[in-house]
Write a new protein. Sequence first.
Length: 369
Amino acid sequence: MPKIVAEDDTIIRTAQVILDPDTDPERYAAFADYYKVDIPDFDNWVATVRKSVPDLFPTQFQMVSNKQDLLNAIGDASGLICESLIVGRSEIEAATKLKVVQNFGTNLRNIDLKACAARGVKVCTLRRRVNIAVAEHAVTMMLGMAKKLPLLNGRIDETSLHEAGFPARMHDRRHAAAANWGRVDGLRTIYGATVGCLGLGEIGQEVASRVNAFGAKVIYFQRNRQPENVEKLLGAKYCSFRDLLSRSDYLSIHLPSNKSTRGLLDEEAISLMKDGSFLVNVSRAEIIDRDALLQALENNKLGGVALDVQYEEPSPSDEPLKNYPTAILTPHSAVAGRGIAAADMEELIGNLATHIRPPIMVSGQDPRR
């Protein structure tokens, strides 16, 4: 039975549920419920994936969460799944049976590629469909705010437009076009605007590539600057945190939640943002100070805010953010359908199976020699 060591992540655990028959039944049931919205017959999906990788099921799965746990577990592992844990020379040298390292993403900064190559260990990446879905959601939110879609939805008559504060009245059609007869002011575009990414990791990069295609200028800030080739590919320019705030027409957050990021966008930071700029958060709610955000909405500092992550999930029915027509609030749905996550997992498991399966013996010879 092969052994796979995996960084403990709530999504990577899906692979454990599929491949390890000794997975805690409670965990299996939790994932069946998690996928149920789009994959109602979870058992059948799991069985189908298992049948597609006969050399990988059953597998002994061990989850680890730190460097020492990884070193302790990796000695007899055939495969490793990692996302942020460092896989350096010491880890590779300790893994005497390792055949493949599957990165849960495309950023390989945490993996010593030379050490892997020297030992003949294959390194695989995964461009996660879930990240693409989140990026699409972020750009959709930008467009929704720029075009005032939540406010205008259904307002196609003069009375309802007047109720929303717009002086709707048809233009003189003898001379002028009918365009925007509702006389909706403040409509914006992404084209020609400056989109700031607070964090240019894998989701931030997916966002940058999309708004670049719209014709936006892309700037970003994060603790460690991206390599020049990544910046060039995305058309993104590095700047300071203060410059990011003051220059961005749209500010999109793509940071993890930790001690250094929680409350990063506080009252002072928001005060540095452009008047009328748009704020998008598909990352973690607590990166924006809640009181500062409510004050900015109350004072009309921001043109709009769009949040796919809320301060309480589920939110209370009297959540004050719901009172602002310039706020777009969605229930952590940016990841799209569960089929997207399932496709990611099928690709990941397929990569592992390809490189872990035993070699085909011909006349007693290992063809890989």
